[in-house]
Write a new protein. Sequence first.
Length: 343
Amino acid sequence: MNEVITIGLDLAKNVFQVHGIDASGEAVVRRQLRRRQVLPFFRKLSPCLVGIEACATAHHWGRELLALGHEVKLMPPRYVKPYVKRNKNDAADAEAICEAVTRPTMRFVPIKTREQQSVLMLHRTRQLFVRQRTTLINAIRAHLAEFGIVAGVGRNGVEKLLELIAKGEDERIPPAARECLMALAAQLAMVKRQILEADRRVLAWHRASKTSKRLEAIPGVGPLIASALVASVPDPSVFRSGRDLSAWIGLVPKQNSTGGKQRLGSISKAGNRYLRRLLVIGALSVIKRAKQLGYTRHPWLVTLMERRPVKVAAIALANKIARMAWAMMARNESYRTPLPTTA
């Protein structure tokens, strides 16, 4: 059998598909592997190029194969799909991965370290707790509204409802309903403690990272956004420019251009939804602060807000924040505050 130089590995939970080719492009390996067989199989092979789709568990297997001396490249699944011939199955997927990984124009995903994945897991866990908090608050409001008890919006209104539940003196609430509300209130208190603990851990990691601390100097970027950027972009050099990072996050317009005519639509919303949401929230905080102070260090933003809605300006500012973050990470620079403009 000729020596294998390139392998396409289709990941799964228990059954993995391997497609390997030699220097002439001929397929020399087509087989299924059980989970326990994957590492022994690659351990016997000479170092080769291994292509994997960037899906669940891809970073784990990438690290494992790198430790065995192989060159591992992760690719977005949407970029691999055009190479699938006819029907979709594991063998066809592995063959498509093997073909895609050799293309000179293919874009690859950097393999994250265990620490970076741990930080992202912390962010996702916090995000889950925040959603649970919102769900519990909405449930408490809705249940009490059925008995004619309504409080104002915001944190103060929720606190009034929780105080009413804790006292248990309102005769409008039946005993059975009060027990349910007390259970929801206890669950809400626990979720709030978990969110505070997650915030504390994010802040501790942020203070231990030099790059994350430098990014915090950008207006609209706090420990949460800075740590998420550093953990999500382990190697900023894979992006040729800040615009490429913004496009990856989904903050640039979609194009439908042809015949030399530029047709730009709304933002693509491709890529990292979590980062995009954080950056937009940070941009909105900058705009709110600028309105309160009556000035801003971004003259272009003032001009844009005069002719476009606030949310459009927020997307533009989030785009700019992402580009500045890329420049600071790629060039190892600190944030330079622009000089204030005078009217």
